[in-house]
Design a protein around this ligand. Structure first.
Ligand code: GLV
Ligand code: MN
Ligand code: MN
Ligand code: MN
Length: 415
């Protein structure tokens, strides 16, 4: 029997990526489509139209995830789910998340064109707000889908006073139904996601496809440093409680801790910082900053934060500051199970040169792993750049990734 044509259409994929890149906020750098904005809604409207054109049934679930589905030939089987996200960081690129959703559309097109009906139902998901949102939470939609969005999270406000619950309603969801609609273990046969690597490993090792072996856990904290605002000209250096110099020391302490040797890799970042009153002639009285640490080993994350909090206590004491830690969110590291890894590996090996690697970026699969086996395929990122306008993956590599995803779906569908 000749194999049906499983090649995705490279030009069609490139044109979809280009279209979504055009639906971004022109007043922000790069390709910015923050969740819960009008640009986000426009992108999803377009996506919804594409799904409808493919005769998929389309709906927003309780957590406002956009889902397009097609039935399988064996209706008692649980769905295979394919997805990613279309929100971006501010000043982000055109590929992070986006190619995983476009890959889902292209998968359905290729199935239609080659006359293949899967045994399993298929769901293509654009997960709501995967990136850290203004509510201090990431992976909002996938958390909601598996009932891991707590009431405390749903009641958080963004800087404009909008409550997350209201934002989800505006995005088409219904927070009151999140726990009722939540998927339970066994409800989904398998979750697969194609994503850019967002790091340098595939490019440097000259591989074009990556089999993801695990996803780091991410622990995020908000840290508030309270000093005392005062006149910058008249307050002697010995009489200051400068919240910003204290915060600066904390940032450098984090870097120093990250540079120690651990049994597995760990990284930590302070990427967001607010200084009050933020005036050139006032000693900063208050600094609020967000800190995150990531590792594939959760006990390293717990141990490091304990050490760090002790260091912070010492800094607070030495500098006459109050330092408060609040946990913003925690996702635990996950390992992709061997059976899924090996299926994805053989799909990738039929398509191009393949390497196993862990993911240092967080993904919706991390949440979905609470209810289903998950697997991910990576394609190379030029110069390892991501979360910046320069983020780039060639058309050819995106298409190879889509082909590997199609092969993986067909392989698992037959099991
Ligand atoms: C998600 O993109 C992350 O921050 O890893
Ligand atoms: Mn991202
Ligand atoms: Mn992403
Ligand atoms: Mn992701």
């Amino acid at each position: 029997m000749t194999e049906p044509n499983l090649s995705p259409n490279q030009e069609r994929i490139a044109s979809d990526i280009h279209k979504l890149a055009s639906l971004t906020n022109p007043s922000k750098p790069g390709w910015t489509r923050r969740p819960f904005t009008s640009w986000y809604a426009l992108g999803r409207e377009w996506l919804q139209e594409q799904m409808a054109e493919l005769h998929m049934s389309v709906h927003y679930d309780a957590a406002s995830n956009l889902i397009g589905s097609i039935p399988g030939s064996e209706s008692e089987l649980k769905p295979i789910m394919v997805g990613s996200h279309t929100d971006t960081v501010t000043g982000g690129g055109r590929f992070d998340g986006i190619i995983g959703v476009i890959a889902g559309l292209e998968l359905v097109r290729v199935l239609r064109e080659s006359g293949i009906t899967l045994r399993h139902p298929l769901e293509i998901v654009d997960f709501t707000a995967e990136e850290p949102s203004e509510f201090g939470i990431s992976t909002i939609g996938s958390r909601g889908m598996v009932n891991n969005l707590t009431e405390e999270m749903l009641l958080r406000q963004d800087p404009n006073g909008l409550v997350l619950k209201e934002a989800i309603v505006l995005a088409g969801g219904n927070p009151d139904l999140i726990s009722e609609q939540a998927r339970k273990p066994g409800d989904v046969a398998l979750y697969l996601e194609l994503h850019i690597e967002q790091g340098p490993i595939l490019e440097q090792s000259l591989h074009r496809l990556g089999v993801v072996t695990g996803i780091v856990g991410i622990h995020r904290y908000r840290i508030v440093v309270e000093g005392s605002p005062n006149h910058a000209g008249t307050t002697p250096m010995t009489m200051r409680s400068d919240a910003l110099t204290g915060a600066a020391q904390l940032v450098l302490e984090l870097e120093a801790l990250m540079n120690l040797a651990y049994e597995e890799s760990v990284v930590g970042t302070v990427g967001k910082l607010n200084v009050e009153p933020n005036a050139s002639n006032v000693i900063p009285g208050r600094v609020e900053f967000d800190l995150e640490i990531r590792s594939i080993n959760s006990s390293i994350l717990v141990d490091i934060i304990a050490v760090y909090q002790e260091k912070a206590k010492r800094i607070a004491h030495q500098r006459g500051l109050a330092i408060q830690f609040d946990s913003l969110s925690k996702s635990e590291p996950i390992r992709v199970n061997n059976e899924v890894q090996s299926g994805i590996r053989s799909a990738c090996q039929q398509t191009g040169s393949t390497l196993d690697l862990p993911s240092g970026a967080g993904h919706d699969g991390n949440q979905i792993s609470r209810i289903a086996p998950i697997g991910m395929i990576f394609v190379p990122s030029k110069e390892g750049r991501s979360h910046c306008p320069e983020e780039w993956t060639s058309q050819e590599d995106v298409a190879l990734g889509v082909e590997a995803l199609i092969r993986a779906v067909l392989l698992f569908d037959q099991r």
